[in-house]
Write a new protein. Sequence first.
Length: 152
Amino acid sequence: MNKIASFTIDHNKLDAGIYISRIDGDITTYDLRTKKPYVDEVMDNETCHTVEHMFATFVRNGILKDKVIYFGPMGCQTGFYLLVRDAENSIVINEIKHILKAICDHDGEVFGNSQIECGNCRTLDLEKAKNLCKEYLEKICDKTEKDLNYKV
């Protein structure tokens, strides 16, 4: 059986950052690696779940709204995947930073925080999401297109 692309990356050498995981035709998969594997503490469910609600809502209402295919957490709890059609990397990076700041500045309810909208809204915690987004934003604040390739 062939290995999938993400299993060919040495995760022992992978830092937190933004990477292009793969390109399939017109769809770019971005690896939003919020944690350094095996060094940083992984995201707990409340943090991961809340960032997913907030980021997914902001990205689907922002400048990429017609190009977003998917946003969601990695099973290893060290980051998220963002799939974008016809991606312009510099625009995507800037939008990621903009959304992280919007989450940090958000003062209202978590988006989708009801039993009608979510299958387990009991595991949402805006303060934990804000803390992760602030930490991640600091790690990627100077990242540009040239930083999108894995350096492992």
